[in-house]
Design a protein around this ligand. Sequence first.
Ligand SMILES: *Cc1c(COP(=O)(O)O)cnc(C)c1O
Length: 627
Amino acid sequence: MKNNDRTWVEIHLDTYRANIEALKCFLSPDQSFMQIVKADAYGHGALEIAEQALALGARFLGVANSEEGRLLRLQGITAPILVLSPSLETEIASLIDYDLTPTISSWGFAIAMEDHLHHRGKQMPYHLKLDTGMHRSGLSRQEFYKFIEQISKLTELKLEGVLSHYAASENDPDFSREQEECFFELISSIKPQPSFIHLANSSALINGLASCGNLVRLGILSYGIYTHPQQRSLIDLQPVMQFKSRVSLIKDIEKGETCGYNRLWMAEHDTRYALIPAGYADGYDYLLGNRAEVSIGEHCFPVIGKISMDMITAEIGDKPVSVGDEVCLMGGAALQTHAENLVAGYNGSSYELLCQLGRRARRYYYLNGQLCSSSPLSRRDFVPADFSDSKLNSIIEAAVLQRLDSSEIGSIVYREMLSSLFFDKDSDIHYRKGFRHSIKLIEGDSPLHYEVETELSYRKVLDSEYFIVACAQSETALQAYLKRKDVEYRWLMDDNFEINPDSFIVSSIKVNELRLSTVSRHKNGCLELRCSHPELNTLLGKEVDFVINTRTIYPRKSHQMSIFITELTKGISLSFSYPEDWTGVECIPIFSGQNRYPKITRSGNIIELSTSPEEWIFPLSGVVFAY
Ligand SMILES: *Cc1c(COP(=O)(O)O)cnc(C)c1O
């Protein structure tokens, strides 16, 4: 793959699927699995992993907190989501709003949630967490019997599952057995038995510690990272994530010279090293300095010296390495760069390494051997250029769902506004690109009005075989035209003028090379021109160029002219040309979108406002020219 990134993350969903299939072989016929997608699926992308997991039969998704669950809901995930950590009372509203199942292990939380549910007139399932030896969250054996009796009296919270968690399923079978027995003893006293009973994480599953219960929670092994060396003989897994970069510089270093901060590595002989533009700010752990290896092509090379914030160095000796060569820092074919082997060098955690790696990198997703999507560089920001039409659609839908919580992100408010005002929720949003609108006021002969020539051009996906150009005679009529989807262009005629075939003329209207014909009709004092061409249907669904020219009139008594943007638009240029002898024409932009201050240029008697072609402008933007 060729990209322009310095560092990037590849997520191989095919590998994830293969890992899940391999893990499923360890499930008994009555067992299903919960995919753990907390911490953005251990850095792999919660949405993408969740979608694959559900397609492979996952019954639940497991997240760390309500916010992670909410994000999945906003992205359209409807499957059951269990919040694994104890929730705070401040998260209850979100749990209820987004149908997130809490894990409960405290009475205070249980009654607070019951109370909320009662007020909302809603019932919800919960899972009860037991502490069988981990001693983190969960009810102890002593607390358990009284608690289960009390909580079963609550009417709105319904027991759906019971769980506990192993403290050392990967390396302490004896202690794990004790935990399993304790769990078994406690759950057998629950009448009736809840629908889901779960204890095992992924290591427990392959270590034969999952016989208790009907649900297994799969985390690290599904991402292809072993938690114990002996596991390799039990199951064949491959890392789903690869963290990559490329060589940015190659340098010679002489015997006795040192490389990097604090001079922690010294050349034992004349050699060469490669500079790689990734550092601990990219999540490549500081402790990997002088310990890790990277792979370039067929070979692995030692990382020399300390890890810098943005760079690392690897000794390449006389091996054929060139600037631009791809470097694999984690994952990939070489075992040396597998997370578990990298962290072994500094006694670190592979869970941590996965979560932290590539946080300033773009993620590329592969499915069926092909690049299928990529996530934006900075996932917290809305970068419209990163989204396709349909993605933008779903985001807008989510924003609408968010209506009551819209204080969160300013841009969501914009899009929410846009969606409710201008679009049907379930249709595709076709935005206009390269929007140019020029208006030319000409002195003319009439004492009452100026003559006006307008030209409007833009690119847009054609979604109908005809469209309307309308001239409205009142503000109300104009509003009605704004709501109609088949109206491409509207002009407001001053009340004092009668609309007739001479006062509003469409002089030319083109879609690509087709010259459209118009049929005009008067309706409630307005003029509607139906524009069509027999061959327009061949362009349906395609992006086409619209060019609309009109000639009309504008009252002399008015001392301003406004142009409004009525649709989501990418890149605009608005120009106003006025009679040569005018002076002091002002231009007041009212823009919403990425750039609220378009570029204003004046030349002679023309004022032009423009943005870059990549900039998004939201509806209700516009400009007023005052004179
Ligand atoms: C994170 C987590 C898991 C997944 O554990 P792995 O070791 O990654 O398989 C399972 N259960 C709970 C409660 C967790 O928090």
